[in-house]
Design a protein around this ligand. Structure first.
Ligand SMILES: Cc1cc2nc3c(=O)[nH]c(=O)nc-3n(C[C@H](O)[C@H](O)[C@H](O)COP(=O)(O)OP(=O)(O)OC[C@H]3O[C@@H](n4cnc5c(N)ncnc54)[C@H](O)[C@@H]3O)c2cc1C
Length: 432
């Protein structure tokens, strides 16, 4: 089957990884991307005269596939690691956070709660069995470890302002993997986070160049409208520009979009139910260019009833940029009415929040602003989520996956690359 026609739908890191690996192995691939550029959530925009990721991106020391891919693409020299610090804004005051010393020195909690917090984090680092945690609610699990007061101060707003009505449904395995990923990005207890000199577009451009060099095709501004599984193998794909038959089809678009595209006979319609049950978090992400630093931290968690903002990311404290740049994400389930608010509303709230974090900021310190939105920013991973993930290959040689498939890991470039590369290897080993 070396001459198989292979289609990949979606040109984010996962679709690019599948195409990169298959074309590297000599297979002919055609990648369809609806947007007018590649990258998906990782894509870049022009903001205030610089090209920068539309959404904040950083890397952890444990992102081994990402590092390996950079090495293969000869980009590893552009990967930088920096000591970073974290903050916590609570009761109108900015506290240091993230190190054992800062946790133990936090004055708003009893010492026993703080010791339990540190112990819980350390336990997350050594625990390798997430399957039991999949059955537990994250809020109950954290509440048990930290007590009501500890949970309310440290975690409750982070859940509320990301998941809203779903806050108490999130699986403990999902939050465990996030704590673990950040916890492992430390050397001698000091946090190190990474970024690519030139931004994520360096990775995206390099993957694209490698695919094209190996004979793969990439069609941007080409939206897949329908996927019609073939009786024998693969599927027929209809796009806004035509239609074509493929022996193997790999869809990497967000799962909630699948039921609209996948055209099935009546007796097979039940297959769509699993995709319909996946609910996504949307993100309206504000970028602000300011004249002054807001904090010295890369990441600041926020617990403040005035703002539905779980935290801010001061990118210029990680990457050297020509100006001070802060990302302020507003997350919410995609069916939440707040997502319909205008960009100006989000920008105003974001700016008011920064002025509270740093009272030295005056209105004239806001130089530029932008708000970008991604409707399917990540799946809501509820309790027992593992059993809700739809089958990877619902029809012969038609693979359907997205960031959901690497649960309990959170969405991330490393995991999307890993998932895409593994799938390509699996297809070659078993089918082609
Ligand atoms: C706010 C935010 C912050 C993030 N921060 C980080 C971070 O710090 N570090 C990190 O590693 N990761 C981060 N991520 C996550 C990272 O960007 C994603 O994990 C990664 O981009 C997922 O890649 P993907 O290819 O799986 O999916 P996507 O990037 O979602 O790609 C899917 C692609 O499918 C395309 N598509 C959709 N429908 C169609 C159609 N009908 N036809 C053709 N194409 C279609 C889309 O346009 C898109 O390009 C962040 C994401 C967000 C939103």
């Amino acid at each position: 089957m070396g001459n198989s026609k292979i289609a990949i739908i979606g040109g984010g890191p996962m679709g690019l990884a599948v195409s990169y690996r298959l074309s590297e192995l000599g297979y002919k691939t055609v990648l369809f991307e609806a947007d007018n550029q590649l990258g998906g959530m990782t894509a870049s925009i022009n903001f205030s005269g610089i090209e920068i990721e539309r959404y904040y991106h950083f890397h952890c020391l444990s992102d081994t596939t990402f590092i390996k891919v950079l090495k293969n693409l000869k980009l590893k020299d552009q990967l930088r690691w920096k000591k970073t610090s974290m903050g916590f804004f609570y009761q109108n005051k900015l506290f240091k956070w993230g190190s054992i010393g800062s946790v133990l020195g936090f004055p708003k909690l009893p010492i026993l709660t703080k010791i339990r917090y540190v112990f819980h984090t350390l336990k997350c680092l050594v625990n390798a069995d997430w399957r039991n945690l999949d059955k537990l609610s994250a809020t109950q699990w954290l509440g048990k470890w930290l007590g009501k007061k500890g949970f309310n101060i440290l975690w409750s707003k982070l859940f509320l302002y990301k998941f809203y009505d779903y806050s108490n449904d999130i699986s403990a395995a999902w939050i465990w993997s996030r704590i673990k990923r950040l916890g492992l990005s430390r050397k001698y207890f000091q946090e190190y986070l990474g970024f690519l000199e030139g931004g994520s577009k360096e990775l995206i451009n390099s993957l694209e160049a490698s695919i094209l060099k190996n004979g793969g095709e990439i069609k941007i501004s080409t939206s897949v409208l329908s996927i019609l599984p073939n009786r024998e193998t693969g599927a027929r794909i209809i796009t806004n520009k035509g239609e074509e038959n493929f022996d193997v089809v790999i869809s990497t678009i967000p799962l909630p979009l699948v039921p609209k595209l996948l055209k099935l006979k009546k007796e097979k319609q039940f297959i769509l139910e699993k995709y319909q049950s996946i609910i996504s978090i949307s993100c309206a992400c504000v970028l602000l260019r300011t004249n002054k630093k807001v904090t010295n931290n890369f990441w600041t968690n926020i617990n403040d009833d005035r703002f539905n903002i779980p935290g801010i990311i001061e990118m210029s404290n990680l990457r050297e940029l020509p100006f001070n740049l802060v990302y302020i994400p507003f997350y919410m389930p995609f069916n939440n009415h707040l997502f319909k608010r205008g960009d100006e509303d989000f920008i105003n709230d974001a700016w008011e929040c920064l002025k509270c974090l740093n009272p030295e900021l005056k209105d004239e310190d806001l130089v530029d602003s932008q708000c970008n939105r991604y409707k399917y920013a990540q799946p809501i991973c509820g309790v027992n989520f593992n059993s809700k993930i739809p089958p990877l290959e619902p029809f012969k040689n038609l693979y359907i996956l997205d960031t959901t498939y690497y649960y309990p890991e959170d969405r991330g470039i490393n995991e999307s690359l890993k998932c895409g590369m593994n799938l390509a290897n699996h297809i070659v080993k078993n089918k082609l």
